[in-house]
Design a protein around this ligand. Sequence first.
Ligand SMILES: [Zn+2]
Length: 488
Amino acid sequence: MALAFWNTLSNKKEKFIPKKEGEVSIYLCGPTVYDFLHIGNFRGAITFNLLRNWMEHEGYKVKFVYNYTDVDDKIINKAIEQGVKSTEVSEKFIKEFETDFNRMGLKPHDERPKVTEYMPEIIEFVDDLVKKEKAYEVDGEVFYAIDEFSEYGKLSKKKLDELEAGNRVEVDNRKKNPFDFVLWKPSKEGEPSWDSPWGKGRPGWHIECSAMIQSIFGKDTIDIHGGGIDLIFPHHENEIAQGEARTGCKYCNFWIHNNFINMKDQKMSKSLGNVVTARAFMDKYHPEVLKYLFLSAHYRSMLTVSDDKIFQVITALDRIYSALELANDVMISVTEKSDPESGFVKKLEALQGKIKKSLNDDLNSAEYISQIFEAVRTFNALGFKNKKWNAIHRANSQFFHDWMIEWGGFGALFQEKPTEMLNRLDEIVLIEKNLDKGKIESLVQERVKARENKDWAESDRIRDELSTMGIEVHDGSDKRPWSVKKSS
Ligand SMILES: [Zn+2]
């Protein structure tokens, strides 16, 4: 199957055809940098990281731009509250975002433009619209005239008359149409401001993305524009209106939107007070848990995040990393070389074919994850239990290990050191289950002593005690003498 995406603009799945053969331009709306980001903000970053890596694997040369909104009321208000300059707030949270992003191991974007760096381009854009009579100025404020753009509403499928009937819009007599939106506005006392043909002021929100896109990619059509579904209207609708009114050419071919995250069935938003920042989530669990959680659902489906769901992810990661740890153990303990079994290689190659089909089909990451899981099952079924490993076991392990690094890598998954990851997963479960690590370790030590004294009854008693606590002992393993049972 050729690469295809669900396109919000056409409202159907379409074969992906780049504007220039072999090249792809991608723009994703980035964060307003005034606070730590909640995990939902990273669904786009994680999804588009997979999309970008996959397209590169398929031979495309990708240019991926992700912007920072560093001029915004929320930033200004926070700066006033703290008595600092608004750039201090925005620069701090750009750094915090980058710390979180790097910790997730996602591939850096090719450019991360900031609004403050694009002020001349924004002003020139607004000026072009005014000159073309697609925008008008009233008292230092510039509005986009949506009546001058006959296709307004084509992305969100909203019709202007329905909008007017369905929404109570603040009456502003200066506007020609109540839905005309701000391109430029005068700055209030103490707010950041820039000189413009309409006096000192600052841009409205929507114009920044259009200005950055046309400055970075040029004034013709870009291939892919992404964002959360909440951005379809008005943000992306307005971007199209601005972009197409300025150039007369199609703004973007493919609009790809990811759905929301629910925290225990409540839509995540600040007002509900159930925000979990990505930072807090990664501290409590691990970046791998977040990436696996997000990619195990299709990006267009609503994803509910609950304790149960997180526990399922931990169990799955435990299975996968246990297989990777086993592969490492085999690779270390056998030195003889051989070729991997052709039957095993063929099975994994068949899974590759399935992954390719799934990812080409509107980036079906849920299917991608389940094929990875199938690879783990196939590897485990090779039979390593008796520990009499030979050169073929070693070659199969090496093949599996490299395969997981490569195919998991598209989703930035399975790149961690297995033993460290498994220990971390154990720790998470210990904390969740309120188990005392010190107590477990001393019981394990007591059991070792009982075994040394050949006191089998005592050894069995301790093993049973640990088992009731949910702890499994691994005799003969120095590296991991015990682990936490994940499947409940
Ligand atoms: Zn945007």
